[in-house]
Design a protein around this ligand. Structure first.
Ligand code: F6R
Length: 236
């Protein structure tokens, strides 16, 4: 595990973007696993700048996102597909058909989960997975649990996660209570993992995840077992 401590959100974003850029330069047909949320927004902004200045080419890149809310279609402004389009994909030269997010309005969620795992397998796995961390230690939407769920699955979101997400919705009733998420095995199968965290409110959970016991009660703690984990954080 490599832990890179930096002094600000901006520095975290620049460092993470440089790591992703290096991956893209070294392997222009990389499969990138991507995350949503406030943590990666600055990283995506920086990647857009690099693309616009001609330093980074996304034309051979494929992406698979970690998760999507159940019940929200890609055109809903709180869906993760919409987030990815507006915060990254619409501004870079990636082929939209090579960007993948679980389908939040699939007719059969179990089938959608299997399809997503098969897709990742057929793509040859994920070269670099970008992750944020939730205050309860979740990665993707793998919430604290008694077991590590291995594959893509539908998750009932914890009340704390629903509360944290409610800031983005007009009414509390509109906040989705379930999400489709990649499982722990899928995430851990990525060749490289890049975890980013920023803010004093993430300090305690990050320490528990990186140095505490490995337990499904702190899903991110499993990352300690990954052979190529880089953490870029600004939590002090
Ligand atoms: C988002 C995701 C989540 C977030 C986590 C942290 O795709 O998978 O696990 O990474 O909730 O969110 P922020 O970055 O908003 O603190």
């Amino acid at each position: 595990m490599r832990v890179i401590k930096v002094g600000s959100y901006d520095q975290m974003s620049r460092t993470a973007a440089n790591i992703i850029a290096a991956q893209i330069i070294m392997k222009p047909d990389s499969v990138l696993g991507l995350a949503t949320g406030s943590s990666p927004i600055g990283t995506y902004k920086r990647l857009i700048e690099m693309n616009k200045s001609g330093d980074l080419d996304f034309s051979g890149i494929t992406t698979v996102n970690l998760d999507e809310y159940c019940g929200l279609s890609g055109s809903h402004d709180q869906s993760y597909r919409y987030f990815m389009n507006t915060n990254l994909f619409d501004h870079i030269n990636i082929k939209k058909e090579n960007t993948h997010v679980p389908d939040g309005v699939a007719a059969d969620y179990d089938e959608e989960c299997r399809r997503y795992d098969k897709l990742i397998e057929e793509l040859g796995g994920i070269d670099l997975q970008l992750l944020g961390i939730g205050h309860n230690g979740h990665i993707g939407f793998n919430e604290p649990d008694e077991v590590f769920e291995k594959y893509t699955h539908v998750m009932d979101l914890k009340q704390s996660t629903i509360d944290a997400n409610s800031r983005f919705f007009a009414k509390k009733e509109d906040v989705p209570m379930q999400a489709i998420t990649m499982g722990i095995k899928t995430i851990m199968s990525a060749k490289k993992i890049l975890l980013i965290a920023s803010g004093a409110d993430k300090k305690e959970i990050l320490e528990r995840a990186l140095y505490g016991p490995i337990t499904p009660n702190v899903p991110a703690s499993v990352l300690q077992l990954h052979p190529d984990l880089t953490v870029v954080c600004s939590v002090d």
